[in-house]
Design a protein around this ligand. Structure first.
Ligand code: SF4
Length: 401
C-alpha cells in the first residue's frame, strides 16, 4: 500500500497498523511529508536490512542475478519530446503554415462573400501552430544547451523507454538478487534507456555489502559490453552474460563470428572451412584496438564463400581485450543452467513489485524521489520475504540482538 490517503485510512481500520503506530492517526499530508522529508534515509535503511539478512545467513553469496525493468513515471507520453520528434514537428508545422498562408491569401480575395469568418478561422489556426512551433524551437534550444537528447515536461528526469518495454516514459530499475532466497541485495534507479553498461555498477555494491572476495553474476544479453565485463573481472566479479547475435553477418544469414575459432597460440582464427585468418589491419573502436583477421587467398577459392561473405573475402574483427569474452564463453559452456537460474531468480521480485506498483508506475516525480520510493518498495519486498522464510519471532530476535 503506497498511497498516503490509503495509508491514512488504514490507521483507522487496520488492527495491525493501529498496533504498530500505537494509536497514532497521522493524516495523509503528514504521511506524505514524512516520506518526502526522510527520503534520503530510505536507501540506508534498505542497506541496513540487507546487512541484517546477511547476519541471518539468508544469502548464498555465490551467485547474483542482475536484471533491469522499466517502471512508468508520472509523465504522459505526449509530454515527452525527443530531438527527432521536435525536428519532425517543426518541419510539419512549416509545411502546414505555408499551406494555411496560401489559403489565407486566397480567402482574403473572397472575404466579402464569406463575411470574414473563414479568414478568422485560418488566422486562429496559424497563430496556434506558430505558438506550438515556437515552443518546440525553445525545447530544441534547451536540448542543445544541456546536451540531452529528450525532454520530459511533467517529470523532467524521466525518459522515453524503448518501445518494446511498453512503458512509454519511465525509469530503468536495476536489481542484483541473491539466488538462494531471491532477496534483493542491491537496487538502483537510473534514467538510462538501456541496460548495457550497468552490470558492474549494480553488481559491485552488492558484492561489497555481501562481504565476499569474489562472486558470480549472471545477466541477460542486454548487458553484453566488453568494457563492462572486463570491469567486472577486475572488481572480483565473475560474469556470465550470453553473447547477443548481432551484426551485419547475422542479419545477412552468413556465418556468425562465434563459428570462427580463435587460436591464441598462433594469433589466428580458424574459419568454418578449416582455413586460418591472420591479422591484417587494425583500427580503434571506443578507444580499444580492433584487429581485423583476413586470408584473401583462401577465400578466393572457397566453395562455401556465399555462406560466409557477400564480398571477395571475409574479415573477422577482434578487440585487444577480447580474451575476457573467450573466458566468459568457456565459463558459460561449463555451466549451461546458469542462465535459467537468472530468469527464475529475478522473476519473483519483479513480478511481486510490479503487482504492488499498479503494474509498474511510480507515484513520485524526479530521480531522487523515485530512488527513495523504490528503496522503500525493495525494503518492503525483502521484509515480507524474510518474514516468509524465517518468521516473525526470529526476525524480531535478530533485530533485538
Ligand atoms: S570464405 Fe574465407 S573465411 Fe569464409 S569459410 Fe571460406 S575460406 Fe573461410
Amino acid at each position: 500500500m503506497r498511497s498516503s490517503r490509503r495509508l491514512e485510512a488504514e490507521t483507522h481500520r487496520n488492527i495491525e497498523v493501529i498496533w504498530l503506530l500505537r494509536h497514532l492517526k497521522p493524516d495523509f499530508k503528514t504521511i506524505a511529508d514524512f516520506r518526502r522529508d526522510n527520503r534520503t534515509a530510505f536507501r540506508p535503511v534498505f542497506r541496513q536490512f540487507v546487512l541484517l539478512c546477511r547476519q541471518l545467513e539468508l544469502f548464498g553469496r555465490e551467485l547474483l542475478a542482475v536484471d533491469g525493468t522499466r517502471i512508468r513515471a508520472v509523465n504522459n507520453k505526449d509530454r515527452n519530446f525527443t530531438r527527432a520528434s521536435l525536428t519532425t514537428f517543426i518541419g510539419l508545422a512549416d509545411a502546414k503554415l505555408d499551406d494555411y498562408l496560401q489559403r489565407l491569401d486566397q480567402s482574403d480575395a473572397s472575404e466579402s462573400k464569406t463575411g470574414g469568418s473563414r479568414v478568422k478561422n485560418l488566422a486562429e489556426k496559424i497563430a496556434a501552430i506558430r505558438a506550438r512551433r515556437t515552443r518546440c524551437k525553445d525545447m530544441l534550444a534547451q536540448l542543445d544547451q544541456t546536451g540531452e537528447d529528450q525532454i520530459s515536461l511533467t517529470d523532467p528526469d524521466s525518459r522515453a523507454m524503448a518501445a518494446h518495454t511498453h512503458v512509454g516514459v519511465g525509469y530503468n530499475v536495476q536489481v542484483a538478487v541473491d539466488t538462494k532466497h531471491k532477496l534483493i541485495v542491491e537496487q538502483q534507479v537510473t534514467n538510462q534507456v538501456v541496460d548495457m553498461g550497468q552490470l558492474t555498477q549494480t553488481a559491485e555494491p552488492a558484492k561489497e555489502i555481501l562481504g565476499v572476495e569474489t562472486i558470480a553474476v549472471v545477466a541477460d544479453k542486454g548487458y553484453f559490453k566488453i568494457e563492462d565485463i572486463e570491469a567486472c573481472e577486475k572488481a572480483g566479479i565473475v560474469p556470465y552474460v550470453p553473447r547477443p547475435q548481432r551484426g551485419p553477418s547475422v542479419k545477412a544469414g552468413l556465418f556468425r563470428k562465434d563459428e570462427f575459432q580463435y587460436d591464441a597460440d598462433s594469433d589466428s582464427y580458424v574459419c568454418p572451412a578449416g582455413q586460418r585468418l591472420h591479422p591484417y589491419s587494425s583500427s580503434l573502436l571506443r578507444g580499444l584496438k580492433k584487429i581485423n583477421y583476413v586470408n584473401k587467398l583462401v577465400c578466393d577459392d572457397c566453395k562455401i564463400r556465399l555462406q560466409c561473405t557477400g564480398s571477395k573475402f571475409r574479415t573477422v574483427s577482434r578487440l585487444e581485450n577480447e580474451a575476457v569474452l573467450d573466458r566468459m564463453q568457456a565459463r558459460l559452456a561449463n555451466r549451461p543452467g546458469v542462465l535459467d537460474r537468472r530468469r527464475e531468480t529475478v522473476e519473483h521480485p519483479f513480478g511481486t513489485i510490479k503487482q504492488w506498483m499498479n503494474q509498474g508506475a511510480f507515484l513520485m516525480r524526479g530521480l531522487e524521489k523515485v530512488r527513495a520510493e523504490f528503496s522503500l518498495t525493495a525494503l518492503a519486498y525483502n521484509l515480507r520475504r524474510v518474514l516468509n522464510i524465517v518468521g516473525f519471532a526470529e526476525l524480531m530476535a535478530a533485530l533485538a540482538a
